[in-house]
Design a protein around this ligand. Structure first.
Ligand SMILES: [Fe+2]
Ligand SMILES: [Fe+2]
Length: 273
């Protein structure tokens, strides 16, 4: 069995603190094989720096995925080229720095394929995410090129996310939705054996507007006038994640939400205790 933890969009210092504190504890407690984190909002809510990326690796994160904020910190355009465990959406235009799909191997020689891809509904106009992921899953078939796989589908619309789950059902171990920063309660195993959730939720302060200090967003919604920058909220984070147990056939046998700390009600997988 392969034990995988995927942590949703880490927002600012509050979210980073939760990752740095919790990942070493959870790795040991649950004997995790892989920890993957969405880091697109880790640096002040916008993008990721190399220093933060390294901090995540140092506490036991295996790989970091991104999204529409991938290159908000311009340095990411450069350092992503020398960091194979940093993965940006696979359907960015040809010539974009970095990779959208990577196979990593842990110390037990277990291989995990990680694909990051962006949806198109209420998002930037990008290449077809369905075709892009079909191509990557074809290049790295489950059971041949990898022992397990996870697709981080970074998208706004739940309909597109459900459709994507069914599209990869039986071909990927897990499909997690990210980007809305709001955890959904629909984690389940699809008919073909793929673990699924519409959105993992963010790792950040929920006394906020999707992780940002609430005053400025509320002002903009009510007055249409921006009077300041969006800044991450600084209260204690809820670490939001999904735990998945993947069998020898590469399909998911158990999936559960994880919520630790902060304002949301706690949740942990019963199958690892
Ligand atoms: Fe995000
Ligand atoms: Fe996003």
């Amino acid at each position: 069995m392969i034990r995988l933890l995927f942590i949703g969009d880490v927002v600012g210092r509050s979210g980073r603190t939760a990752v740095l504190e919790q990942v070493p504890l959870l790795r040991a407690r649950w004997a995790l094989d892989f920890v993957v984190v969405n880091g697109e909002n880790a640096a002040g809510g916008f993008g990721l720096t190399e220093a933060i990326f390294q901090e995540f690796l140092d506490v036991g994160v295996d790989a970091v995925t991104l999204g529409n904020h991938a290159f908000d910190q311009r340095e990411a355009l450069v350092f992503i080229e020398r960091r194979p465990r940093l993965i940006r959406p696979v359907n960015f235009p040809p010539g974009t720095p970095g990779r959208g799909a990577v196979v990593i191997e842990n110390s037990n020689r277990v291989r995990l394929l990680i694909v990051n891809v962006m949806g198109r509904i209420f998002m930037d106009a990008l290449d077809d995410p369905f075709a892009a992921v079909r191509r990557e899953l074809g290049l790295y078939p489950l059971g041949a090129a990898c022992d397990a796989s996870i697709v981080d589908f970074h998208a706004e619309a739940s309909s597109e996310k459900w459709a994507f789950g069914h599209f990869v059902d039986g071909k990927a171990s897990v499909m997690v939705g990210t980007h809305t920063h709001t955890p959904s309660a629909d984690h389940r195993i699809l008919a073909g054996g793929t673990g699924f959730i519409t959105d993992v939720g963010m790792t950040g302060d929920y006394d906020s507007v999707i992780g940002m200090d609430k005053e400025e967003p509320v002002r903009r919604f009510t007055s249409r006038i921006s009077s300041g920058r969006f800044e991450p909220a600084l209260g204690p984070a809820t670490l939001c994640a999904v735990a998945a147990e993947i069998g020898p056939d590469g399909l998911t046998k158990a999936i559960a939400p994880v919520r630790i700390g902060g304002l949301l009600s706690p949740a942990e997988p019963s199958f690892w205790n």
